[in-house]
Design a binder for this molecule. Structure first.
Ligand SMILES: NC(=O)C1=CN([C@@H]2O[C@H](COP(=O)(O)OP(=O)(O)OC[C@H]3O[C@@H](n4cnc5c(N)ncnc54)[C@H](O)[C@@H]3O)[C@@H](O)[C@H]2O)C=CC1
Ligand SMILES: O=C([O-])CC(=O)C(=O)O
Length: 347
């Protein structure tokens, strides 16, 4: 979003307490499009802070908060924040259609989180069904929305969503995203610490998938450049791959990453909204339908545009260590993708 538009949005937001009509008029004349964002699982550990962060985003005009319980309270709370979007809570399956109708972006953090000792794949049995039913409703009520899938195991839930949309004849590969932004956020934080560079300037692509060794940070492409030893790169890679587990263990049975995930989810949704609004050169890593490897879905840098994915970027040059990591991750990622596809077609 251009700085001038952002400034006028901010000033419009600050005037909004006195008149909502003024706000609407200001946006109409400044041509910041109306955008509806729905969060499914909005009363959860990720859902609540994500709802707040989306309420702070001036690109959002309507915020729909859906969950099986608890959303009236979350919506009443977040709705008092004096920013642009109108917030509505929806609770229970009979209100899901209304929550989804007219959505431009649907963010899905619905489902159970890990406890210590579990892998993300251990969540499959519960979360696969949740994602399937939510995506069936998306196909019915907002088939053109961009879908940001957070629910784990992302390596399987994204293929499940694709199959559900294919069956409903609404599948558009440009509009389905597995949210892997937290891997990038972690890689940036850990790299900045070791390289001793300002974290705000750091960029690190993370490719592959979103579980264990399928998460492959490309520190050879990290900027600003730093002269790190091979041992440091190996340790940084492992810490990024195990970042989720580090949080699960520290929370000791009280769930997995929620706050950093809400931040990452809000960053990715903001990038999607910017792309929809025609902001040029919006690039984020995401797990999408892909031909950059032989696998049907793969996370890599993606350029976002008015229709979602504008292009999936090449991986760029890989170090020998990264090439090895890429070959190692493929069998696991392939199996997780196939598990999702099989589930969607068998149930
Ligand atoms: N992609 C990523 O990088 C990350 C993904 N996750 C995943 O996000 C998911 C959610 O995590 P948390 O928010 O910590 O869990 P949580 O248990 O705190 O919240 C989940 C919410 O989903 C709701 N829910 C359950 N079934 C639903 C349905 N059918 N429709 C709508 N809502 C439903 C629950 O009521 C609950 O409010 C987990 O699967 C977790 O593994 C977590 C962190 C990072
Ligand atoms: O580790 C988990 O279960 C949650 C997650 O995906 C992450 O934090 O990256």
């Amino acid at each position: 979003m251009k700085a001038s538009i952002l400034r006028s949005v901010r000033s419009a937001v600050s005037r909004s307490s006195s008149s909502n009509r003024l706000l609407t008029r200001t946006f109409a004349t400044e041509s910041v499009p109306e955008r509806k964002v729905a969060v499914l699982g909005a009363a959860g550990g990720i859902g609540q802070p994500l709802a707040l962060l989306m309420k702070l985003n001036p690109l959002v005009s309507k915020l729909a908060l859906y969950d099986i319980a608890g959303t009236p309270g979350v919506a009443a709370d977040v709705g008092h924040v004096n920013t642009r979007s109108e917030v509505t809570g929806y609770v229970g399956e009979e209100q899901l259609g209304k929550a989804l109708e007219g959505s431009d972006v649907v963010i899905i953090p619905a489902g159970v989180p890990r406890k210590p000792g579990m892998t993300r794949d251990d969540l499959f049995n519960i979360n696969a069904g949740i994602v399937k039913s939510l995506c069936t409703a998306i196909a019915k009520y907002c088939p053109n929305a961009l879908v940001n899938m957070i629910s784990n195991p992302v390596n399987s839930t994204v293929p499940i969503a694709a199959e559900v949309f294919k069956k409903a004849n609404t599948y558009d590969e440009k509009k389905l995203f597995g949210v892997t932004t937290l891997d990038v956020v972690r890689a940036k934080t850990f790299y900045a610490g070791k390289a001793n560079v300002p974290v705000a300037e750091v960029n690190v692509p993370v490719i592959g998938g979103h579980a264990g060794i399928t998460i492959l940070p490309l520190f050879s492409q990290a900027t600003p450049k730093a002269n790190l030893t091979d041992d440091t790169i190996v340790a940084l890679t492992k810490r990024t791959q195990d970042g989720g587990t580090e949080v699960v263990e520290a929370k000791a049975g009280k769930g997995s990453a929620t706050l950093s995930m809400a931040y990452a989810g809000a960053l990715f949704a903001d990038a999607c909204l910017k792309g929809l609004n025609g902001v040029p050169d919006v690039v984020e890593c995401s797990f999408v339908q892909s031909t950059v490897t032989e696998l049907p879905f793969f996370a890599s840098k993606v350029k976002l545009g008015k229709n979602g994915v504008e292009s999936v970027l090449d991986l760029g040059p890989l170090s020998d260590f990264e090439k090895e990591g890429l070959e190692k991750l493929k069998p696991e990622l392939k199996a997780s993708i196939e598990k999702g596809i099989q589930f969607a077609n068998a149930n």
